[in-house]
Design a protein around this ligand. Structure first.
Ligand code: SF4
Length: 430
């Protein structure tokens, strides 16, 4: 049998969104680490900066995985009743797969008993399902607004898939295929699958019971029918919000197939607190303060990587380095040993190049380079790998960092311009 999530390890009654009793006592927190989205729904307009709006896709700030863990640690002190950590945007978690998976790893490592929850459109979740199971993610929500591409084509303006932009019904066809596969695989792995459907009057309100029937057959546990919230500057801005009668009718028809959730609070991507008493406005300043946080050296990571031409000097800019040498430190002999020579991702790929680099060096606490542009430095450090700019002997850098000391001031460097072998345009590596 393939790997399973052992939901018996968690007290599911403490998930506020799945237990009405639990919703009065236990809190959840959303970590806003996923800014990009891979589809455009006709009801969605993602704004980052309004603390007064409460709906999915809205957050006041976006954090890196390292910042998100530190923010979570602080919020656990302030709200000890937090039982669930969720990732719900403000874009889609799997349009930001590096950030999402790293955040889940960090949280699982720090809080082994925490329930982990995700909300996704399902387009790109497939390649990550095995690791979600490994990380014991217990709850996944897939937002599905149609199981028929003709209806879906009215809801989705486009979807970005493998570098291609698909429009309307073509976008819907691909999206629906991936969603159905995801619901089936997630449920088969023991994950509790909730399906969210946005009820759009005159577009999909008569079709939603069909979604309920199909997803129940694939193993979904619960469905959450959410009334459209018409948002300014979207194609649906002039539609009306479904009234109570329409919502009651849709839910009644759906509950013939799958149980219905009725206490949804339409949470923000940075929601925190009890379901009915969200505290994201109260803690907006706390969240913002973590966007400024510098990454500390993580001494649980055993190695240090070095960008060097010949192994003697730190003398390559980040963008010039095709490989790095990875060193360990032997405390008994106080010697440094080469454990690996690792290839770095090549040019192109934009920001993903740096996320992949951080992933390649996940066991390294620092990377010594002679220079690094501000953008890659910010991205890489967000994944817990500290960039140290210096020039001089490799051994001097290793000596300082493995002994928790500052790099001598005479060796420290600050980025001023790109190196000869970099493809950067003068503003740093690209
Ligand atoms: S609001 Fe949604 S994503 Fe957040 S904890 Fe509840 S079910 Fe999970």
């Amino acid at each position: 049998m393939s790997a399973q999530v052992d939901t018996a390890c968690f007290n599911l009654d403490q998930h506020p969104c799945y237990s009405i009793g639990g919703s009065h006592q236990y809190a959840r927190i959303h970590l806003p680490i996923a800014p990009r989205c891979n589809i455009q729904c006709n009801y969605c307009n993602r704004k980052y900066d309004c603390v007064n709006e409460s709906r999915p896709g809205v957050t006041s700030r976006v954090l890196s995985p390292v910042q998100a863990l530190a923010y979570l640690e602080e919020m656990m002190e302030k709200i000890p009743s937090i039982r669930v950590v969720g990732i719900a945007g403000p874009g889609d978690p799997f349009a930001n797969p590096y950030e999402t998976m790293e955040t889940l790893r960090l949280v699982r490592n720090r809080y082994p008993d925490m329930m982990l929850c995700l909300a996704s459109n399902g387009l790109h979740i497939g390649p990550h399902i095995d690791e979600l199971v490994e990380l014991q993610v217990s709850h996944v929500t897939i937002t599905m607004n149609a199981v028929d591409p003709a209806v879906g084509g009215l809801v989705y303006a486009w979807a970005r898939d493998e570098g291609k932009i698909l429009k309307n019904a073509d976008a819907a066809a691909t999206l629906i295929e991936r969603q159905l596969d995801a619901v089936k695989r997630l449920a088969a792995a023991g994950i509790l699958v909730k399906v969210n459907s946005i009820v759009v009057p005159g577009v999909n309100d008569r079709h939603i019971p069909e979604i309920a029937k199909v997803v129940k057959g694939l193993g979904a546990t619960v469905m959450n029918c959410i009334p459209l919230c018409p948002v300014q500057d979207t194609p649906y801005e002039n539609l009306y919000e479904p009234d109570g009668i329409m919502m009651a009718r849709v839910r009644l028809q759906c509950c013939e197939h799958v149980s219905q959730m009725s206490h949804c609070a339409r949470c923000r991507a940075d929601a925190v607190g009890l379901l009915g008493e969200d505290q994201s406005v109260e803690f907006a300043g706390t969240l913002e303060s973590f966007t400024e946080m510098n990454t500390p050296i993580d001494k649980t990571r055993p190695y240090i990587a070095v960008a060097t031409q010949e192994g003697m000097l730190v003398n390559l800019h980040l963008g010039e380095a095709n490989n790095v040498i990875v060193y360990s430190h032997e405390p008994e002999t106080d010697e440094y040993e080469i454990v690996d020579v690792r290839a770095l991702p090549g040019t192109g790929g934009g920001d993903d190049r740096w996320k992949e680099l951080a992933n390649t060096l996940r066991d390294c606490r620092a990377l010594l380079v002679s220079a690094c542009g501000p953008r890659p430095k910010q991205i890489i450090e967000g994944f817990g790998l500290v960039i140290v700019e210096m020039e001089g002997l490799v051994e001097e850098g290793l000596e300082a960092l493995f002994h928790d000391e500052e790099i001598p001031a005479s060796l420290q460097r600050r980025f001023t311009s790109c190196g000869n072998g970099c493809s950067g345009g003068g503003n740093g590596c690209s």
